[in-house]
Design a protein around this ligand. Structure first.
Ligand SMILES: *Cc1c(COP(=O)(O)O)cnc(C)c1O
Length: 400
């Protein structure tokens, strides 16, 4: 056990991941379905099992409480009786990274941190920058130099110092750890401090809450560092200990990119840890994580839940984005596109049955990825003598 009232990263004895622990029987007496009925749909709804001490001054921006949409058209197309989408694109800064970083930054501020720092290919950096600005902390971000310009711009707009690194995300991690050691920055890298997982676990609590304190049969999650899988798996254990759910668990399903799939490979080979994936490449920055500190935790959740792990190509992710956008009106990130394709593939293979209530995670917004979308450049001259003919010529060229 490590004391919870000091800034901590990983375990000082074994360097593994630390988890927050609560008095769950005390929490259970406060956090009943009846008492929850009158609470707002944000992270403070589950305050008894979250680390923040003072919610009144915590740097909150409206994270959490995202919709659990029905996806009737894609559900029918893929062969599910009911397909649900947890739409995380509606979080502040456009991804579910907001949940984890809200908790990490809030707690870092409460424990006296002055500067928070993160290696990130985009969404985590933007989320940290936003909460640091809100909390009055200094923000340092290390990003691969080829990060999309929109991600850099968002961090700079939010006041972060951006360090561009000639390398991948784990090289950025090296830069942040060097700066942290030299200058006392507090490193909020994935699972290197205990509270991002606490924020991410609220996704699992919300799903149970939104389904009337039952869990779905399967959760399909595009996985990079794995904070979400690890956090939700912890949440389910806590909810069971509190008597809010029973011992049943959804099949936890990891989706990774064909060009970076360390967890899938380890799952298939039966390994307890994942080997670093060399030369990771994918359009999905959230999935471009060649080595995850929590690999053993992700693999445990997969195996204990009877879940599985699969890869999706970049082209398929794009197809998934298009399907979600055109069939269901959700413009989501490539990572989310991967999750939709995985749902289809697992129905085709029979791993999931029509009656399996399945939740697909849309983890981020498509708005950060407009560079992936072909857009028309033909223009119509509004002074053309035959404007209808000009319109018809353009229409005949199709939607692009
Ligand atoms: C970070 C990220 C992921 C991966 O999430 P983890 O919980 O770290 O595995 C997936 N999708 C998007 C959009 C992300 O930003």
């Amino acid at each position: 056990m490590c004391p919870a009232d000091a800034l901590i990263t990983t375990c000082p004895a074994c360097a593994k991941v630390l988890f927050a622990r609560y008095d769950l029987s005390a929490a259970a007496s406060e956090m009943s379905p009846a008492s929850l009925a009158s609470r707002p749909w944000n992270l403070s709804r589950y305050a008894e099992i979250l680390p923040v001490q003072d919610w009144a001054t915590a740097p909150m921006l409206g994270e959490g409480g995202t919709p659990l949409h029905e996806a009737p058209t894609l559900g029918r197309e893929f062969g599910f009786d009911r397909l649900l989408v947890k739409d995380e694109s509606l979080n502040p800064t456009g991804s579910f990274k907001a949940r984890g970083l809200a908790m990490a930054v809030a707690r870092a501020r409460e424990l006296g941190a002055v500067t928070v720092a993160i290696p990130s290919a985009g969404n985590a950096a933007a989320a940290m920058a936003a909460y640091a600005a809100r909390a009055g902390l200094r923000a340092i971000v290390a990003m691969p130099r080829d990060v999309p310009p929109v991600m850099k711009a968002e961090c700079i707009a939010l006041g972060a110092t951006v360090l561009l690194v000639d390398g991948l995300i784990d090289d950025c991690g090296k830069v942040i750890r060097a700066g942290a050691a030299a200058h006392g920055w507090f490193d909020v890298s994935t699972l290197r401090e205990p509270y991002r997982a606490e924020g991410k676990k609220t996704m699992g609590i919300e799903i149970a809450d939104q389904l009337g304190w039952r869990l779905p049969d399967a959760i399909i999650y595009p996985t990079g560092g794995g904070t979400g899988i690890v956090g939700m798996w912890k949440a389910f254990a806590e909810l069971e200990a509190m008597g809010l759910i029973g011992p049943e668990r959804p099949k936890m399903i990891v989706v990774q990119a064909a060009g970076c799939a360390p967890i899938v490979r380890a799952f298939e080979s039966g390994a307890a840890h994942a080997e670093r994936w060399p030369n990771a490449t994918t359009i999905a920055a959230g999935l471009r994580v060649p080595a995850a500190i929590g690999d053993y935790l992700i693999l445990t959740a997969l195996r204990e839940s009877g879940g599985t792990a699969l890869t999706v190509t970049d082209a398929e992710m794009m197809e998934g984005m298009t399907l979600a956008a055109r069939r269901e009106g959700m413009f989501v990130s490539p990572e989310s596109g991967a999750a939709f394709i995985a749902a289809r593939r697992l129905r085709e293979s029979g791993f999931l049955k029509p009656e399996d209530l399945t939740v697909v995670f849309a983890t981020g917004s498509g708005l950060m990825h407009t560079d992936l979308i072909a857009t028309p450049d033909a223009v119509i001259d509004p002074t053309a003598p035959d404007l209808t003919a000009a319109i018809d010529r353009r229409m005949a060229a199709g939607s692009r």
